[in-house]
Design a protein around this ligand. Sequence first.
Ligand code: ATP
Ligand code: MG
Length: 321
Amino acid sequence: MNIDLELLKRFEDGLDPEHPERSAIPAKILGYGEISTIFEIDAESTKEIACKRMAIFRTDQEVSEYENIYNGYNTLLEKEIRIGVPDYGFAWFFSAKGNIVAFDIQAKLAPESIANRALHLMNTETVRALFLLIIRELAKVWEFNRLHPDRAIGIDGQISNWSLAGFNPSNPQISPDSRLLYFDTSTPLMKAGGVEQLNPELFLRSAPSFLRWLIRCFFLTGVMTRYYDARLVTIDIIANLYKEQRPELVEPMVDTANGYFTGEGSRFGVKPLTVKEIESYYKEDSRIWIVFLALRRFDRWLHKRILHKPYIYILPGHIKR
Ligand SMILES: Nc1ncnc2c1ncn2[C@@H]1O[C@H](COP(=O)(O)OP(=O)(O)OP(=O)(O)O)[C@@H](O)[C@H]1O
Ligand SMILES: [Mg+2]
């Protein structure tokens, strides 16, 4: 993928992390994750790309290792597991202030094709078809992991991580030819020789320093291992329907998942899911993220008002749950 490194450097020099849209070269927000913000840089050479900025690396060795894993993960998904990913690239440099800044770069996908947006146009039956499409894509991962446990990969199958190729909002249907692209590849969980390749400490960097030990103890292993487990990933996808403000879909999708895992997907040995466990999982999960984001905002306030130090991370705005 062609990347205009000079432009990225100029963008970084003029970046206002608190208000990316007011930067010297403005950025338009495309979407928020729990940790990062995806944006489009408002310039001629970048109008077809989506960027995720990561200011978490401390050494060039760290960033090169990440780059290898990121590329390896995308290649494995695309070439071996055969899940489509958008065109991608990676760029990093030392900013004028001397810190390492990296960008995950992807072809920009049509906003209306992002499955959680498309979801809002769909009735229950169409959502069921979409969910089955996702479950079947994920099955390729579970199958790969079953055959190659030493090279297993983790995946976050949430509806907001898929794009429906060629989706037409004025005819919001899913057909047997509908194709999905998986784009949330910035947390490339993968094993080599049975050992996790991604350094979990990296993901603590943007957390307030006073919290890191806590997250490390109670939280990190759970989050890192959850994405290797077919049952937990499925629970996570369904639980997110609450966040998407479609709670009425939870029960039918539990039925759909159970139907799949007792029939076509029985070889994965996934025990039946219940609506109750989805509910309590969501309560727990959203509480964690609400607290986490509040503490990061507090940390930003501390940096600005008390420590008088720059705060270099872009935080998500308000997230409706
Ligand atoms: N290539 C892209 N084109 C258009 N929009 C995108 C693209 N990548 C991401 N987005 C938008 O940004 C949102 C979040 O992106 P993504 O899923 O990659 O981040 P995330 O991994 O969930 O963040 P985090 O890891 O911090 O939780 C997506 O749901 C989508 O709306
Ligand atoms: Mg995501």
